[in-house]
Design a protein around this ligand. Structure first.
Ligand code: MG
Length: 155
């Protein structure tokens, strides 16, 4: 299931290294001593959790359904394809990931979701593909890894 999720993220345009860069963005100034090796191990540890894998697969599936010819409510399809700001279910799924890593994960997620650095900016500009759930999942994984690092290093 881990390999399937890594491949799925890659097919949608996100590598684990992209997520590692987001963690560096979040934690770099607090922990300048931390290298990419530790960051990548932490990101992989987050993605290894079954609940995170379920969130990845479910969220990306909804993005893919919105893009496809699958018969769904047209209003809901347009809401997803336009990434309407009042649709907050993508954020709710992301909280499910963050909740596994405590309040620091949640605040980091809120920050990164607003700032949209790195890969988050790239996937938000992608017009042909529906990335409504993808950006929140990726942000939540990075925020959770950042929280894990903060707890491990005591700040
Ligand atoms: Mg979103």
């Amino acid at each position: 299931m881990y390999d399937k999720c890594v491949k799925l993220l890659q097919e949608r345009g996100v590598t684990l290294e992209d997520i590692g860069d987001l963690v560096l963005f979040l934690q770099g100034k607090y922990h300048p001593e931390i290298g990419m090796e530790e960051i990548m191990l932490t990101v992989k540890g987050v993605v290894a959790k079954r609940e995170v894998q379920h969130a990845i697969m479910t969220g990306i599936l909804i993005d893919q359904i919105a893009e496809s010819n699958f018969e769904m409510d047209e209003q809901l399809r347009m809401t997803l394809m336009n990434d309407e700001s009042l649709y907050g279910i993508d954020e709710v799924l992301a909280y499910g990931i963050c909740n596994l890593y405590g309040s620091i994960a949640l605040t980091n997620y809120g920050y990164i979701d607003r700032e949209k650095p790195g890969i988050l900016a790239t996937i938000n500009e992608h017009c042909a593909q529906c990335n409504v759930f993808l950006d929140d999942i990726v942000g939540a994984i990075a925020a959770s890894a950042a929280s894990k690092i903060a707890h491990t290093h005591g700040k």
